[in-house]
Design a protein around this ligand. Structure first.
Ligand code: THU
Length: 141
């Protein structure tokens, strides 16, 4: 169930909204921003970056996550506590299927989106991508 939450998630959404303001989306005019939160408290931002060869577009969430991985401390396992997503023309803006799978890779625990009144909704990842395929499936192969 989606659960309205207080300030920290609201701050994460505010960061995602700032990132959405930097989107490069000349083809869709659909600006998206994401803020990825690591268990350490580190936050990285991403926005969608489109391309004239449309298929080369990269979503906001994947840009935020790849930066989180690149910016982590040496020896720190890449992990995600939460990812907040804001679409300037969609409320809520849910992550696409490809992004859900990438969030899954790093054990994302929650996705935070804006509800109809702009409130933070925290959704457990199991509801975002149930019965998912992940790294554990490849253990012992
Ligand atoms: N987009 C994202 O950035 N994240 C999503 O999860 C959904 C879609 C972007 C991709 C494209 O630039 C635009 O939104 C329209 O699909």
């Amino acid at each position: 169930m989606e659960t309205p939450t207080a300030t920290p998630d609201a701050q994460l959404l505010a960061a995602a909204r700032r990132a959405a303001g930097r989107a490069y989306a000349p083809y869709s005019s659909f600006s998206v921003g994401a803020a990825a939160l690591a268990p350490s408290g580190a936050v990285t931002l991403g926005c969608n970056v489109e391309n004239a060869a449309y298929g080369e577009t990269i979503c906001a969430e994947r840009n935020a996550v790849t930066t989180l991985v690149a910016d982590r401390e040496p020896g720190e396992a890449p992990a995600l506590e939460a990812v907040a997503v804001v679409g300037l023309k969609a409320n809520p803006c849910w992550p696409c299927g490809a992004c859900r799978q990438v969030l899954r890779e790093f054990g994302c625990r929650r996705v935070v989106v804006e509800g109809p009144d702009g409130e933070a909704l925290s959704v457990p990842f199991e509801e975002i991508l149930p019965h998912s395929f992940g790294p554990e499936a490849l253990e012992g192969r």
